[in-house]
Design a binder for this molecule. Structure first.
Ligand code: BMA
Length: 405
């Protein structure tokens, strides 16, 4: 398949994707990847407002960020949590995902979860082996996908899990009684992230989304369990420590609330533009009824406007309807919420949560799977030229030149 460049896509118009039997073919020849990055000969010159918050971000991380921003106005990348690890009816089958079973391609965005890494466990809280996870992250990256990581971190004060709302943030801040413990947890993260490398040693860019859904009160780092100042200090310390002390420069930082009422609500606890790259939010509510779909559209508009003003990347970092009990949920609700408005459609990606294996948690799936009543609608969703799966992505990691595959 010939992949072309984003710049070429821009020049020839952004609708040069032609699908043949579910496989996208891009028609224009590759010249230079990014209009914003300059063509071969110009040298790398990514404009200021396209740059990630880390001034020392690796070139690939910068290029990914700029490329995602360049795609955002015209496409939405579809993501799925734990896609390569298991599905509703299978576990650990190399090369398989429920999304691929249904639509012929893996998702464009691969979400992964680190909960229990901090305890030194071999597997995360959902029984995904961390060594396997590293391999799948590499596979996803090498196939051209986007990697994002969340962390349902255990409660560092009570020893309970992420949902144990014993107040704890104050204790892990510098000077707090659990601060040294928290540093060891970040060290574990740094070791994990440090292993995410290509064969020739280049760090794989990751959208890192810690302390998510903090506008709700169900995690120890959220809502009533933390003050504004504590949250901001925790976020900044975490960025400074991983970036400056541990030397991780392959991270794009995603700030990701739960549902919110307006811009001011969204920005409560915001740590500042120098500490954030992606403006995201999680929404499991709006798409549960047809009447509330416009609520998601309105929230996405707010995100897009904020992100475009500040040079950030807007994203629907988690969504889904558990069990997908509405057969046309994909086109009738998700696509409807994103695509119909000229602002909301400018988000970068939308990720649905995991498809838990039916032997572990029956009915706890947010993606489609083969034979599920929503599968035909998912195929239609995936075939919409606006929606990109993995097989339709241009090379997101290169500044110039497309690639032949
Ligand atoms: C939640 C559920 C849990 C899971 C957690 C972390 O939303 O899916 O079963 O343990 O995410 O992945």
């Amino acid at each position: 398949m010939r992949y072309t460049s984003l710049a070429a896509l821009d020049r020839v118009g952004s609708r040069q994707l032609v699908r043949t039997s579910g496989i996208a073919v891009r028609t224009a020849a590759a010249t230079c990847l990014l209009a914003v990055a300059g063509c071969a000969g110009d040298g790398p010159s990514i404009p200021e407002n396209a740059l990630p918050s880390d001034p020392e971000a690796t070139l690939e991380t910068q290029v990914l960020f700029a490329n995602l921003k360049s795609l955002a106005p015209d496409y939405v990348l579809f993501g799925h949590q734990d896609a390569l690890a298991y599905g509703v009816k299978w576990k650990v089958e190399e090369g398989r995902s429920d999304v691929k079973d249904v639509a012929g391609s893996h998702p464009a965005v691969f979400g992964w979860e680190l909960g229990d890494l901090e305890l030194g466990e071999a597997e995360n809280l959902d029984d995904v082996n961390f060594e396997n996870m590293k391999r799948w992250i590499k596979q996803g990256y090498e196939a051209g996908g986007v990697i994002t990581i969340s962390w349902h971190m255990n409660n560092p004060v009570s020893g309970g899990n992420a949902w144990d709302t014993t107040r704890a943030v104050y204790a892990i801040l510098p000077g707090g009684e659990r601060h040294e413990l928290y540093r060891t947890w970040l060290d574990a993260f740094a070791e994990f992230a440090g292993d995410l490398r290509t064969d020739d040693g280049r760090p794989i860019p990751v959208i890192f989304r810690p302390f998510h859904e903090h506008s709700g009160s169900w995690f120890w780092w959220g809502g009533a369990n933390v003050t504004d100042d504590e949250y901001v200090e925790l976020w900044r310390f975490t960025v400074d420590y991983l970036r400056d002390e541990k030397g991780l420069h392959n991270l794009l930082w995603a700030y990701s609330t739960d549902v919110f009422t307006d811009e001011a609500h969204y920005l409560e606890h915001y740590p500042g533009h120098e500490y954030v790259d992606v403006l995201g939010y999680d929404d499991y509510r709006a798409l549960s009824t047809e009447e509330s779909v416009p609520l998601m559209t309105a929230r996405l508009k707010t995100l897009v406007e904020l992100a475009e003003e500040s040079g950030k990347l807007p994203a629907l970092t988690e969504t889904g309807l558990e069990g997908v009990g509405v057969p046309n949920w994909w086109t009738g609700r998700l696509l409807e919420a994103i695509e119909t408005d000229s602002a909301s459609r400018r988000i970068s990606y939308a990720l649905v949560w995991r498809n838990a294996n039916e032997a572990d948690i029956p009915g706890h799936h947010f993606g489609p799977y083969a034979g599920h009543p929503s599968a035909p609608d998912f195929v239609q969703f995936a075939e919409d030229p606006f929606v990109l799966l993995l097989d339709e992505l241009p090379d997101l990691y290169r500044q110039s030149g497309g690639r032949e595959e």
